[in-house]
Design a protein around this ligand. Structure first.
Ligand code: SF4
Ligand code: SF4
Length: 433
């Protein structure tokens, strides 16, 4: 993405486009929606501040220093700013390209950034390697080591080292591999092709099984195209756009085996990335059209459910609070369908909490690389849960589920943290189980 300005240092091909950066008119209407601005009150930790820095770097007025990188690195990529921006600033795209620019010539954390990229490419995106890597995580999630670590507060770096333990799901589900689902649902109506993903497939197979049962109860014919894998969302967020494009092409090819089916996604981050494949591959003549056609078929689980007209006879007692996943509410602009699905459960009281659409601080691998800001945001959720004292905390993204489990423990409340599909599955009439 070339800009007309002269640069004092070379910018990589994937640096942000000058045209995207100049859309920001500095009105500041996004500031109070930005979690990092809400916590710090600092202009440079706001969307407007970060865009100002990116534009300065693009125009060669601001040097790419460690301080500039740190302001960009603290961004959660939650896209709350994009959803409220009256000028249509494509902040999600800008920050992915900013990350690509940083990765090409990092001022800080060269080794950490390289290791992160290595793990994302060679562990997360390789199902067999990921399976092995998840074995210790599975064991630790339910071990005594975890409960000991959660009870003691370790100082400084020691605390940071064991912080990922707190994020593990308390009940990792068995891996999902499509099981008895057919590879295609060609000729069936409504046909939906299930996307399983990478980490979600390894640790949240129970959510996938619940998703299939709920969709079938709603009347959908569910297939599971074989040969699918990681969608590349985490790579795009890390600025590794070349690898994200590779994963996008592989995902599109896998789902072209069932070309008419709606592609159903139950992870908000993956769904947002897959709906934007058309944009990601717009410059690739061989794939642009296929990518746009694929993106048009992608829907969130709650959208598919709504299209099917919901399910009659759902029943469950208690109080539930829905917490928006950023990439569902802000990137996909889906807020109502999950709430409607919860409201359709007879006997369930739905409770709104303040800041339900504020990022929880999980944000992909953010909680591992920015533990301080992640913990501040988690505490805001914990306070809201303590005040509302719900029986169920419900969301639509696996990363958020792990963060909410930690927030519920911090709040000292008894709420169960569930994916929307899990709660609806438990609420199904007995005959459908
Ligand atoms: S990003 Fe949008 S809302 Fe924020 S300051 Fe720029 S124009 Fe205004
Ligand atoms: S993506 Fe989220 S954290 Fe980043 S600037 Fe926008 S609102 Fe703030």
């Amino acid at each position: 993405m070339e800009s007309d300005h002269e640069h004092r240092w070379p910018l990589p091909e994937d640096a942000p486009a000058g045209a995207d950066l100049s859309r920001c008119v500095h009105c500041g209407l996004c500031l109070t929606s930005c979690p990092t601005y809400v916590v710090t009150g600092l202009e440079m930790e706001s969307p407007r501040g970060r865009i100002y820095l990116a534009r300065g770097v693009d125009e060669g007025r601001i040097e790419l220093t460690a301080a500039v990188e740190n302001h960009w690195d603290l961004c959660l990529q939650c896209r709350a700013c994009e959803a409220v921006c009256p000028s249509g600033v494509a902040y999600g795209r800008i920050i992915e390209h900013v990350r690509a620019q940083t990765a090409a010539a990092p001022v800080t954390g060269r080794i950490t950034r390289r290791m992160r990229r290595f793990v994302l490419r060679n562990v997360v995106a390789r199902p067999r390697v990921l399976r092995v890597a998840c074995l210790p995580a599975r064991w630790l999630a339910t071990s005594r080591v975890r409960s000991v670590v959660e009870r003691i507060r370790l100082p400084g770096r020691m605390g940071q080292l064991v912080a990922p333990l707190r994020q593990l799901p308390s009940r990792p589900g068995a891996r999902f591999d499509g099981e008895t689902l057919p590879a295609t649902a060609i000729g069936r109506d409504p046909a939906v092709a299930m996307f399983a993903g990478c980490v979600m497939n390894e640790l949240f197979g129970n959510v996938h099984r619940a998703t299939v049962r709920v969709l079938e109860a709603a009347g959908a014919e569910v297939s599971y195209p074989r040969g699918q894998g990681c969608c590349g969302a985490l790579h795009a967020h890390d600025g590794d756009l070349a690898f994200a494009r590779e994963r996008a092409r592989a995902t599109i090819a896998a789902f072209e085996t069932d070309p008419e089916a709606t592609v159903v996604v139950n992870s908000a981050g993956c769904g947002a990335a897959m709906k934007e494949y058309g944009e990601l591959l717009a410059g690739d003549a061989a794939w642009a059209e296929r990518a746009a056609a694929f993106s048009a078929r992608v829907k969130d689980f709650s959208e598919v459910l709504s299209d099917c007209g919901g399910i009659a006879g759902l029943q469950m007692g208690g109080r539930a609070t829905y917490q928006d996943a950023c990439h569902l509410a802000h990137a996909q602009r889906i807020r109502q369908q999950p709430r409607d699905a919860l409201a359709s459960v007879s006997g369930l009281a739905c409770v709104e909490t303040p800041g339900s659409d504020l990022c929880c601080g999980a944000a992909g691998i953010y909680s591992l690389v920015q533990p301080g800001m992640s913990a501040d945001l988690r505490t805001k959720k914990a306070i809201a849960f303590r005040d509302a004292d719900p029986d169920y905390v419900v969301t639509s993204n696996p990363g958020c589920q792990m963060q909410y489990e930690a927030a519920v423990r911090e709040a000292g409340v008894k709420a169960r943290v569930m994916h929307l599909a899990e709660l609806l599955d438990e609420a199904l009439p007995p005959a459908t189980h």
